[in-house]
Design a protein around this ligand. Structure first.
Ligand code: TA6
Length: 297
């Protein structure tokens, strides 16, 4: 495990060659390599200096997903909340951790990152005046990557939040991709004026701008298949919702830090989260949710 000289990022590599790189800005995973290939898409114009959220990798969305609602505690927060645009602290690593990804030892390494009220910008504190603590754990294993967010209410006043891990997966050609495991699930179609629909297709294909919020998904795994070969399995842990997003050509052209412009062909977002309604925490209570991603390069 290595903290960069400029204290901006942490990298870890396993003896078997897998690697992960996390930017302290937003605790954004910006690279995850396994089987010799990069699994995450990162825009060539992603801003990595902390001045704005990272376009790509795995941005952490908290305490609100999307544009905040009116007349709500999150109303004056930026879209997708402050977590992805805040400086997190590196809390350290542990290798003895055995869990979903491995039996411990040196076949996995767990890196922890923290964000607390005390380290939040004045602007964010003013916009969302609750006493909270986040610990984001990134565990690199031989057979996958686990990212878990632990949310704690450190105050006495209850608060509610949404969370989502905005993962940009790298693919060779999105026109050959199918997303499986969503049959029968209700979704909000943000491209079709937020109309509610039910997924009738066992294999969701991307043929244009796609922005769907699938809710209350009964089983925990969403699979990304490419050219009929399994590529990623995204397993939700204590989260029931997932967003499938691809900007496609026109939207990609309109996003300033989205480069190359035809990069929409090489990415698909499958974003696990709790975004239907709100999770409520009373003082002292915690919530933990996240994902395990298995890659078959
Ligand atoms: O997760 C899908 C989405 O909510 C889309 O609507 C699009 O806005 C995307 O997130 C990216 O949002 P950003 O604020 O990172 O440009």
């Amino acid at each position: 495990v290595n903290l960069s000289d400029d204290n901006s990022r942490v990298t870890a590599t396993l003896p078997t060659g897998e690697s992960v790189e996390i930017l302290l800005h937003g605790a954004t995973v910006i690279s995850w390599k396994s089987g010799g290939v990069e699994n995450l898409w990162l825009s060539e114009k992603a801003v990595l200096d902390g001045s704005k959220p990272v376009r790509g990798g795995i941005p952490v969305v908290f305490p609100v997903f999307g544009g905040p609602p009116a007349n709500h505690a999150t109303s004056t927060l930026p879209s997708h909340g402050f977590a992805r645009n805040s400086r997190w602290e590196y809390l350290g690593k542990s290798t003895s951790e055995s869990g979903a990804l491995s039996k411990g030892g040196d076949d996995c390494v767990k890196l922890d990152f923290g964000l607390y009220t005390a380290t939040l910008s004045e602007e964010a504190k003013k916009a969302w005046p609750y006493d909270f603590g986040l610990v984001y754990s990134v565990t690199l294993g031989k057979d996958g990557l686990q990212t878990m967010l632990n949310v704690r209410n450190e105050g006495k006043v209850a608060f509610e939040f949404q969370m989502l891990l905005h993962s940009y997966f790298r693919v060779k050609d999105v026109s050959k991709v199918a997303v499986k495991g969503l049959t029968g699930v209700t979704y909000i179609d943000k491209v079709l004026n937020a109309q509610i629909a039910t997924e009738s297709n066992p294999a969701v294909r991307i043929t244009g701008e796609t922005d769907r919020v699938y809710q209350s998904i009964p089983q925990d795994t969403t699979s990304i298949v490419e050219a009929d070969q399994p590529r990623y399995d995204v397993v939700r842990d204590n989260l029931e919702d997932s967003v499938v997003w691809n900007p496609w050509k026109e939207k990609a052209a309109s996003i300033g830090d989205f480069e190359p412009k035809n990069g929409y062909i090489n990415m698909i977002c499958v974003e696990v989260g709790s975004v239907k309604g709100w999770q409520k925490l009373d003082g002292g209570e915690t919530f933990e949710g996240g994902q395990i991603i298995r890659s078959s390069p």
